[in-house]
Design a protein around this ligand. Structure first.
Ligand code: SFD
Ligand code: AMP
Length: 662
């Protein structure tokens, strides 16, 4: 029986750490995370590991509904199809304002469709064009494209389907799956410099610490959510766009063991339907909706907007305006006092109807067509952001009659969607890849034996769900090669079982030693609860680090202040208190958030320009400086490294190579 999940005063008793079990495992391969990338790795790895090898996937939640795809999705945003991987590189490069790892993006582009074909094979319904219904993609069935890269799906059960295939693949090979185990940190080898040897975590269901030794580890714990003050308040708090349970574990755990990070200044500030966080892509692309300001004007076509965009050539000249610049225009309009911004859903849906009328569709067929349109509009949310549908219903919103407000949300950190922060990894060992980009094993970090994928891999955004899966497969294959090449390596840990247990359960000890010294368990001079720690963090990042309240604006002075606050937060985090397993999870998540945000802000401090207007601004360096690495400009990567031996951080510039011609 574990600590109570939701403790009440009466349930509490002095904790006895000797009752906390410690289980030790020894595997060849360890996959940390159970989301899209991890499921890709689980599906692939057995094909490449030698017979008799061992492997385990560890997820803090249940694979069937864990990670960003938990609720489902209504589109697969990366399907190359009739396009080329080179064109895909061009699109990602432009959307991310020029600074990307083209080797990684090209590599992903040439493999991603195979994952989509597998999804369909496993049962995911993919919309097909009229006449191609019932024909699979591999049989030449043409998907319903929303944009050039996106295809529509009936995806409420997307994660269940992908998770089932991953679990079946693990089972077939006799590999293990540990669910509801939260990994707290990675462990370096005691003897071999800069080499991964294991990981440690705890069960969120019973009093148990799990210590894993492994020859190679892939960390794919998604991005970072709840690091900036959300727009939602009180009863709405907890609702966020990206999954609240991804707390920056990927970045924090990898940087703590010395993995070099890249583009951690980048963040994704998505524009979403206000308060419900419903995604906008399908509305823009499938329904061809337009946005207006509060006065019904199509502001993106105004002279003022054109003048704003002209500042960001050449990126703003492409057929699709980069995501950050679309936000920039929206913020510009709001700051000029012409908000709110509306998605003109009514005009979009009615335009379809008018078109059918003009084509001569009769009254009965029109009615049927209208019903279909209406249900598609709702299904977009019901498939992936059900809260938005609830909000529409509760506010009597009929999208065919009125528009809905959209709004830039709080910032998120991720490397797989329209952002590109993450870890610096090796690309494929092929002759077209610059030497600085490859060091042996594809998707291996700068720590030997440590791999990542999906949100973890930096400088290569726009992978989305399909790309994350496919990148997990790429990483798994090269992990298996690393394991074969290092067959004699026997990982050994620096810390003892007891030391690890003490460290992990420390917040529980702090709580039980002090909970009686107060009249309200949330407020205590001897400890801070995880909830309050998170609120503090969000206040600092929002006000000083360019959150939504100062319109995403920060500067060198503000950053100096937030850095001081973060150091104090880190000191205070020693006093985090957990009255149950649920809070123990929250405590460790907070620590991952603090590390992630610290690196984020260090990068923003280092990069003296505003590369992503609309995502964040440096008030003291408002321009984009497109001079390259050799000319001392900022069209280059910013990488950072935490030294686990000295505790020091360094930031550095790295050259960015264009591999694919314009
Ligand atoms: O509409 C630990 N995404 C979309 N992708 C698409 O292809 N189409 C869409 O329609 C997309 N949209 C969208 C998307 C996401 C969300 C939340 C919404 C809408 C509302 C993006 C993709 O979902 C995303 O790119 C991938 O899922 C990323 O994959 P990956 O594997 O990098 O992350 P994950 O799936 O979230 O999995 C993380 C896993 O880690 C676990 N975990 N386990 C152990 N220890 C720890 N410390 C851990 N911390 C986390 C999690 O439980 C999870 O299993 S739209 O906006 O464009
Ligand atoms: P979103 O719903 O914003 O996450 O977007 C889903 C997909 O549509 C992503 O591939 C986005 O890059 C793309 N997208 C969203 N809005 C637009 C737009 N206005 N123009 C072109 N592509 C868009």
């Amino acid at each position: 029986m574990g600590l109570p999940n939701k403790p009440t005063w009466e349930l509490l008793a002095e904790p006895d750490l000797s009752k906390v079990a410690v289980e030790e495992y020894n595997y060849d391969a360890l996959i940390v995370g159970g989301g899209m990338a991890a499921c890709g790795a689980a599906f692939e790895i057995g094909k490449w590991l030698p017979d008799g090898a061992t492997c385990c996937m560890v997820d803090k939640a249940s694979v069937e509904r864990s990670g960003a795809v938990a609720q489902g999705l209504s589109a697969i945003n990366t399907y190359i199809g009739e396009n080329t991987p080179s064109d895909y590189v061009r699109m990602v490069r432009n959307d991310l304002m020029g600074i990307v790892r083209e080797d990684l993006i090209f590599d992903l582009g040439r493999h991603v469709d195979d994952s989509v074909h597998h999804f369909e094979e496993w049962g995911l319904p993919i919309w097909k064009q009229k006449g191609d219904e019932g024909k699979k993609l591999t049989e030449g069935g043409k998907p319903v494209r929303t944009g050039k890269w996106q295809i529509m799906i009936n995806g409420e059960s997307y994660k269940c389907i992908v998770g089932e295939a991953a679990k079946a693949a693990l089972e077939e090979k006799g590999y293990d799956l540990h669910e509801r185990v939260f990994i707290v940190k990675l462990l370096l080898d005691a003897n071999k410099e800069n080499t991964i040897a294991g990981a440690v975590g705890f069960s969120t269901r019973e009093n148990k610490v799990c210590i894993y030794k492994a020859k190679a580890i892939m960390v794919a714990c998604g991005g970072a959510v709840n690091i900036f003050r959300p727009r939602s308040t009180d009863e709405g708090k907890g609702r966020a766009w990206y999954p609240v349970w991804n707390a920056g574990s990927t970045y924090a755990m990898c940087m703590q063991v010395g993995a070099e990070m890249t583009m951690m200044e980048n963040r994704f500030t998505p524009s979403r339907f206000k308060d419900g966080y419903g995604p906008v892509g399908a509305w823009f692309l499938l329904f061809k909706a337009t946005v207006t300001n509060g006065y019904g004007e199509h502001y993106v076509k105004s002279d003022a907007a054109k003048a704003e965009l002209a500042k960001y050539k050449p990126y703003s000249e492409s057929a699709v305006t980069p995501t950050c610049l679309r936000n920039h225009l929206m913020l510009f309009e709001m700051k000029e006092g012409r908000g709110p911004i509306f998605m003109d859903t009514a005009a979009a849906l009615n335009a379809f109807l008018e078109q059918k009328k003009a084509e001569g569709m009769d009254e009965k067929a029109l009615k049927k067509y209208w019903k279909e349109l209406e249900s598609e509009a709702w299904e977009d949310f019901l498939d992936m952001s059900v809260g938005q549908a609830g909000l529409w219903a509760s506010m009597n919103i009929e999208p065919e009659k009125v528009g809905s407000e959209i709004m830039p949300t709080e910032p998120y950190m991720l490397g797989s969607h329209s952002g590109c922060c993450g870890i610096w990894v090796s690309g494929p060992s092929e002759d077209w890849v610059p030497d600085e980009y490859k060091w042996g094993y594809n998707r291996m970090t700068t720590v030997n034996g440590l791999f990542t994928a999906g949100d973890g891999v930096g400088a290569s955004g726009h992978k989305f769900s399909s790309g994350a899966h496919s990148e997990g497969r790429i990483a798994a294959k090269s992990m298996a090669r690393y394991i074969r090449d290092n067959a004699d390596f026997a990982p050994s840990l620096k810390q003892s079982e007891e030391e690890l247990k003490e460290e992990i359960y420390k917040p529980v000890k702090v709580y039980y030693e002090n909970y009686q010294k107060t009249t309200h368990e949330m407020v205590n001079p001897n400890y801070i609860k995880p909830r309050h720690m998170m609120e503090r963090l969000m206040k600092y990042t929002d006000e000083y680090g360019g959150g939504w309240s100062p319109y995403y604006m920060t500067n060198g002075k503000l950053l100096e202040i937030v850095m001081r606050h973060l150091q104090w937060l880190r000191e205070d985090s020693e006093k985090m208190a957990a009255g149950g397993l649920h809070e123990l999870l929250r405590a460790w998540e907070n620590l991952h958030r603090i590390w992630t945000v610290e690196d984020h802000l260090r990068h923003i401090q280092f990069r003296e320009e505003s590369r992503y207007p609309g995502f964040y601004y440096r008030g003291d360096f408002m321009q984009v400086d497109d001079k390259g690495f050799d000319e001392g400009g900022w069209k280059c990567f910013v990488n950072s490294k935490y030294d686990p031996n000295s505790g020091e951080w360094t930031c550095m510039k790295k050259k960015c190579y264009q591999i694919i011609a314009d």
